[in-house]
Design a protein around this ligand. Structure first.
Ligand SMILES: Cc1cc2nc3c(=O)[nH]c(=O)nc-3n(C[C@H](O)[C@H](O)[C@H](O)COP(=O)(O)OP(=O)(O)OC[C@H]3O[C@@H](n4cnc5c(N)ncnc54)[C@H](O)[C@@H]3O)c2cc1C
Length: 364
């Protein structure tokens, strides 16, 4: 049996190089672990590639989940500055602000209440009447009656964020192994054995700790963690420029270079990553309703959101000290990824997560 990387820190294998795995590897490497990051693929995960990267503001109360969410949101600005220093990569963190749009009086009433609730919980929020909305977003059709603006909404580029985290981790010694599928994990006394399948053959490697960050595929390695793949599709549109994150009817539009990125659709079709005509039609109809003239769809992408059984991510040790899982971030993995990685790294290196993680156990 081959022995894994050796170093003075614990030898940790992070399985799955999506945003959660890349974040975990980054913080582990910072803390002095000898990290190996493995993925069955050899490029950015399809989920990150199709993700919008919206960082919706925090508006919750003071419970453990809301405070975790708030810290996830707050981490992005300083992390983006640090990653720029460490790697020279601009991860595209931008405090764009978000606007929820109203197209009829019913929607306007609901959004006004939403503004009041946010203000009462300490979030920044304001109601924009029709003419203020038009000044803020000149490309919108005249059908929009107004909107609720949330200045603390932001955006980060998911692929650039993942790349910067991985490059920074590699600079601190992380070994990245692509086209390597972990087919089995066997917890042992004081460690784990991982069975690997690669083009060159199969082998078993030993590590002190394994972290499963395989997103929608988590059930294959950790059957006690119930996560379902929910396909989401997003498209790059040309011919319209937006300034904010615009939201309506469950979809978003936001600026991405010279394009406007619109998404994401929701359907459950197992592990199917194909893009569909139905999604194309849905995104085009939505854009046609919001913008005048209607923009044209240039490119469509699909990813698989990992949907947990009980609505919240699972971030927990499975075997005390040697096997961890961090998955099920569903629609908020880009927002929650970095802080999730930070907490898991602290848990492994210091023996405690440093905060109340009871909302994220399997049996919660
Ligand atoms: C259309 C769309 C829009 C979205 N918009 C947003 C948004 O605005 N804001 C936000 O915060 N989130 C958003 N999300 C959600 C976010 O993208 C996901 O929650 C996040 O990317 C999940 O990351 P992950 O690392 O858990 O999983 P993944 O990115 O899927 O990574 C898992 C990795 O594990 C690898 N893997 C699987 N099995 C194995 C194995 N056995 N061995 C080795 N490797 C393995 C896979 O190849 C994959 O690379 C969106 C998602 C979609 C699809």
């Amino acid at each position: 049996m081959a022995s894994a990387v050796t170093d003075s820190g614990p030898r940790v294998v992070v399985i799955g190089a999506g945003i959660i795995g890349q974040s975990t590897a980054y913080y582990l490497a910072h803390a002095g672990a000898a990290v190996t990051l493995m993925d069955s693929d050899d490029g950015p995960s399809p989920t990150s590639r199709s993700s919008l990267g919206v960082l919706t503001h925090a508006y919750g109360a003071d419970d453990a989940y809301s405070s975790f969410y708030r810290d996830c949101h707050a981490l992005h600005e300083p992390l983006s500055a640090l990653l720029l220093q460490e790697t020279g990569i601009d991860v595209g963190w931008r405090p764009l602000g978000g606007i929820d749009l109203a197209f009829d009086e019913g929607e306007a009433g609901t959004l006004r209440d939403w503004v009041d609730l946010n203000l009462s919980r300490g979030a920044e929020a304001e109601w924009l009447d029709e003419s203020t909305l038009r000044e803020a977003e000149p490309g919108l059709t005249t059908a929009a009656l107004g909107g609720a603006r949330f200045p603390q909404d932001g955006r980060v580029d998911p692929v650039r964020l993942g790349t910067a985290l991985r490059v920074a981790a590699q600079k601190r010694g992380t070994v990245v192994r692509t086209s390597t599928t972990v087919t089995e994990i066997r917890p042992l006394d004081g460690g784990v054995d991982c069975h690997l399948a690669m083009a060159s053959g199969e082998c078993t490697e030993s590590y002190d700790v394994a972290v499963v960050t395989t997103g929608a595929w988590t059930g294959e390695l950790a059957p006690s963690v119930r996560v379902r793949p929910i396909r989401g599709q997003s498209g790059f549109f040309s011919g319209v420029h937006v300034r904010h994150v615009l939201r309506w009817g469950g979809l978003h539009a936001l600026p991405d270079g010279d394009d406007t990125l619109v998404g994401g659709t929701v359907d459950e079709v197992g592990f199917d990553l194909t893009t569909t005509d139905a999604a194309r039609q849905e995104l085009m109809a939505w854009s046609g309703r919001l913008f005048d003239p209607a923009p044209s769809l240039r490119q469509l992408r699909a990813g698989l959101r990992p949907k947990p059984r009980r609505g919240r991510p699972v971030i927990t040790p499975l075997e005390t000290g040697t096997l961890f899982v961090a998955t099920g971030h569903y629609k908020s993995g880009i927002l929650m990824g970095p802080h999730t990685g930070q907490v898991v790294a602290r848990w492994i290196m210091e023996g405690s997560p440093g905060r109340d993680m009871s909302p994220f156990t399997i049996a919660r």
